[in-house]
Design a protein around this ligand. Structure first.
Ligand code: 2P0
Length: 328
């Protein structure tokens, strides 16, 4: 009745931005990501506890944060088909939570896999991905390592909306993602609210959906060929289009600040000098630089020169994994 899982966060190369179903967390378009190591979240779930308790990163979770965790475990109870009793959950991450890296993605992926294992359900990546998705959309892409594609699906019940691994972490071991933390502050508009506002008010939203869906198979081909330059260009294009669509919302959503823009513009000069480095950007001011192993030190140096207060260098990460050592 107790299980512990370690999962890695992921960074989308083709972003998920907008839901067609808010309750089930079903996206309007497919997305594609890379799972990132060595950073990770570890989560222990135990059923049969005296009462429901949720501790996230050293603090007792409250309000909607606590509810999201307990709702996911309710779905586990339904899958198990029996009364598992109250649950105790403890989760800890080893990377800066406000950095804009989706700690929720690693957290809900670990929770889904650990929850099912603690309930005695068999290991099943598809079932875990669907469960993780219901906690946080991007979490469905952190159940497996390497390059994962979240297929939007067509069904209203969401049973065909989950992530599959297209290439494992070893396929392109030389790829590097360098997170440039320019601002440690919490973002002003959470992804969930930002994407809702964009879906409802941005006149560019339908164009975003069509374009992003078409970019997924292109990205897959470039990953197959390990074409860093073309993948870098695709990533930048997709990030700009996500942010342009959000900028056109009402009220406008601007996640970039002046330091973000400074760093991004600097990359063009670096490329002219022969440094292969491109960016992607989630719903926050901290760019993630795409490069190769030979240039990760140069990428870190340029991020710091452009004002990064911290830098996290990442390599392709593996699957969410069961551990034998528990957090309590
Ligand atoms: C992504 N992001 O594809 C995109 C790009 C942020 C920008 O998924 O509401 O925490 O829990 O489904 O997954 C962040 O949003 O949102 C995200 P919910 P989530 O990685």
């Amino acid at each position: 009745m107790k299980a512990t899982v370690r999962a890695h966060p992921n960074i989308a190369l083709v972003k998920y931005w907008g839901k067609r179903d808010e309750a089930l967390i079903l996206p309007h378009q497919s997305s594609l990501s890379l799972t990132l190591a060595p950073i990770h979240v570890t989560t222990t779930v135990e059923f049969g506890a005296p009462s429901d308790t949720v501790e996230l990163h050293g603090h007792a979770a409250r309000g909607s944060e606590r509810d999201r965790v307990l709702r996911l475990l309710d779905a586990v109870r339904v899958q198990a088909g029996r009364d598992l009793g109250p649950a105790k959950v403890v989760s800890r991450g080893d990377f800066p939570m406000a950095a804009g890296l989706a700690s929720s993605a690693a957290g809900f992926a670990a929770l889904a896999v650990a929850g099912r294992a603690a309930a005695g359900l068999p290991q099943d990546t598809r079932a875990s991905s669907i469960l993780a998705r219901r906690g946080s959309g991007s979490a469905c892409r952190s159940v497996q390592g390497g390059f994962c594609e979240w297929m939007r699906g067509e069904r209203e019940d969401g049973e065909d909306s989950y992530a599959v691994q297209r290439f494992d972490a070893g396929h392109w071991a030389d790829l590097r993602m360098v997170v440039a933390i320019l601002d440690r502050g919490e973002k002003e508009v959470k992804s969930r609210d930002g994407m809702k506002n964009t879906v409802e008010t941005s006149p560019y939203y339908p164009a975003w959906v069509k374009d992003a869906e078409a970019e997924v198979p292109r990205a897959r081909e470039l990953i197959a060929k390990k074409d860093l330059e073309a993948l870098g260009e695709l990533c930048e294009r997709n990030a700009w289009r996500m942010h342009s669509t959000s900028l056109a919302a009402d009220p406008p959503l601007c996640y970039l600040n002046s330091a973000t823009l400074g760093l991004i513009q600097h990359l063009r000069e670096q490329r002219k000098k022969g440094v292969p480095v491109w960016f992607t950007l989630d719903a926050g001011p901290n760019p993630v630089l795409l490069t190769d192993a030979a240039h990760e030190v140069a990428a870190e140096a340029l991020a710091r020169a452009c004002g990064a207060v911290d830098v996290v260098r990442c390599v392709p990460g593996g699957d969410a994994t069961l551990l034998t050592e528990h957090l309590f």
